[in-house]
Design a binder for this molecule. Structure first.
Ligand SMILES: [Zn+2]
Ligand SMILES: [Zn+2]
Length: 207
């Protein structure tokens, strides 16, 4: 069964999700935004083993805690990211433009362009490609839990900004229509910022 611990971290209040297969304790962090030690402590307190870091995209406010987590774990976690964001990742997630210099942590080794599903113990996640906010943006959908981790693609009542380098508004809206609104209405959306919502709620009310 999928278990989820939510953190709101860092200078722009990014949601980080520590997730695990409750039976096996196999664990991953979706968007280790900041304060890696805090995320680690939560995993250790539950006897969960963080084997993976999964990035919805490579903006600095979604990967700033990766180095602290990786430095404390042996073996270090494997990083899953879409290679469309590799340039952004190399530039520290674009943080310099906002006055933030981060250590981006270990080099991503799982390319989400060719990996359609990720596994945590017995729990499966579909990787859905959602370019627009960034070229390599993805969302993670867990069918058995009915949960979508949407990064900065869609929020409660809003969509991701497309004015940063690599942003593309038309692509973003197509991604949302095809990859998010095609999911069941009752699907919970856990976004990269702000409160959770559902697919049905956003279909009805998102401007
Ligand atoms: Zn972003
Ligand atoms: Zn963000």
């Amino acid at each position: 069964m999928l278990e989820i611990v939510t953190f709101v971290l860092g200078p722009v209040r990014t949601n980080s999700y520590l997730i695990a297969d409750g039976e096996s304790g196999a664990s991953a962090v979706i968007d280790p935004a900041w304060d890696g030690k805090q995320i680690l402590a939560a995993a250790q307190g539950r006897a969960w083993r963080i084997a993976h870091l999964w990035y919805t995209h490579a903006h600095f406010d979604h990967i700033g805690g990766a180095a602290a987590i990786a430095d404390a774990l042996n073996p270090p976690p494997l990083v899953a990211m879409h290679p469309g964001d590799h340039g952004l990742w190399q530039r520290g997630g674009g943080g310099a433009a906002f006055g933030f210099k981060i250590d981006p942590g270990p080099e991503p080794s799982i390319g989400l362009d060719t990996v359609p599903t990720l596994h945590l113990g017995s729990v499966t996640f579909d990787v859905r490609l959602t370019p627009g906010h960034t070229p390599g943006g993805v969302v993670f959908y867990c069918p058995e839990a009915g949960v979508l981790f949407s990064g900065d693609t869609i929020f409660q009542g809003a969509v991701g900004r497309t004015d940063l380098p690599g942003g593309d508004q038309e692509a973003l809206l197509a991604s949302i229509r095809e990859q998010v609104f095609s999911l069941p209405d009752e699907t919970r959306i856990l976004p990269g910022h702000g409160p959770e919502t559902t697919v049905g709620e956003e279909k009805r009310s998102n401007p």
